[in-house]
Design a protein around this ligand. Sequence first.
Ligand code: KG4
Ligand code: ZN
Length: 316
Amino acid sequence: MTILAIETSCDETSVAVIQNQKVLSNIVSSQISLHKKYGGVVPELAARAHSENIDYVLSLAIKEAKIKLEVIDYVAYTSTPGLISCLHVGKVVAQTIVSYLKKPLVPCNHLFGHIYASLIENQWQFPVLGLLVSGGHTQLLYLPTEHLQFQILGQTLDDAVGECFDKVARMLGLSYPGGPEIDQLAKKGQDTYSLPLPKNDQTLDFSFSGLKSAAAKVIAQEGKKLNIANFSCSLEKTIVKILIIKLELAIKQYHPKTVVLAGGVSANSGLRNNFFALKEKYPKINFIAPSLEYCTDNAAMIGMLASYQIKEKKED
Ligand code: KG4
Ligand code: ZN
C-alpha cells in the first residue's frame, strides 16, 4: 500500500511517501526564516508560502521515493487542527491529485499524527499512553486496547508548552521559534532562578500561562543582570518537571505498556533525557519518542496515521 501524505497545518510544507508503513521520502520545507522577523507565524504569509512551495516539495518527495504517481493508492492530508488558510492549501492539492488518480482521499488529525510518528521506528503494545507537547497543544492521550480509539485524559487549560517556550523566548529577545533556542542555552546554564511549578495538583490537566507571567516578572526585575543561559535552564527544568510529574500520575492511574512522547517540544533534550530516564523506574513499560526529524511537523507522521485509518476501515 502506497500513501502520499501532505502536511500544511502551520509553518512547514511537507510531503511524504509511505509504502507498507515504511517511509520512502519525507520532504519538509520550513518557513521559519519567513516568520522570524514577526516573532511568530503570520497565517496569511504561511498560506501563501505553502501554495508557492508545495509543487516543488511534492515533486521532490516523489523523486526521492523513486515512485511514479500512478502507484499511489491513497492520498492523505492534514484536515485539522491548524491554520485554516494553510490547511486549505494541503486539502486542495490532495483533492486535485485524487481527482486525477481516481484514488481515495484520507483526511487526518494533526495531533493524532504526532502520536503515530512514534510508530515509524517503533512498535506499540496496548494500553498506550501519549504525552503530546507542541506549539498549540499539550495533552495526555490514552488508547486502551486498539488503534485510533483516543481518549483525552488531560490537557492545558490555557497556553501550550511550546507556546510558553516561544513567548518567554521572545521576552528574552531570542528569535522564533524560541523552544530550540532555549534548549541550546539551557545546556550552557545552571538552574539558579526560582519559578513556580504550574498546576502541581492531582489532576491530569496543565497550565502554563502563570509560568509565563512569573517568567515575565523575573525578566523585568532582573533587567540587564539576567543571566539568560541560567534563566533558560530554570525555565526548561520547571517545564520538564511538571510534564514528568503529570505523566507519572497518568502512568500510575492507567498502567500503560507503552508510553509515547510526541509533538515539536518532544525534540527538547532535557525533556527527552527525563522521559527516557523513566525506563529505570518503570522497567516493564516501553518508553518511545520519534527521532528528531519526526518530532516537529512532517508529512510522514500523517502517512503513518493514514495507514492505520485505512487498515481499520478495511477490517470494519
Ligand atoms: O509540533 P510542532 O512542530 O508544531 C505544532 O504542531 O505546533 O511544534 C512546534 C513547537 C514550537 O513551539 C517550538 O518552539 C517547539 O515545538 N520546539 C521545541 C524544540 N524544538 C521545537 N521546544 C523546546 N525544545 C526544542 N528543542
Ligand atoms: Zn505539530
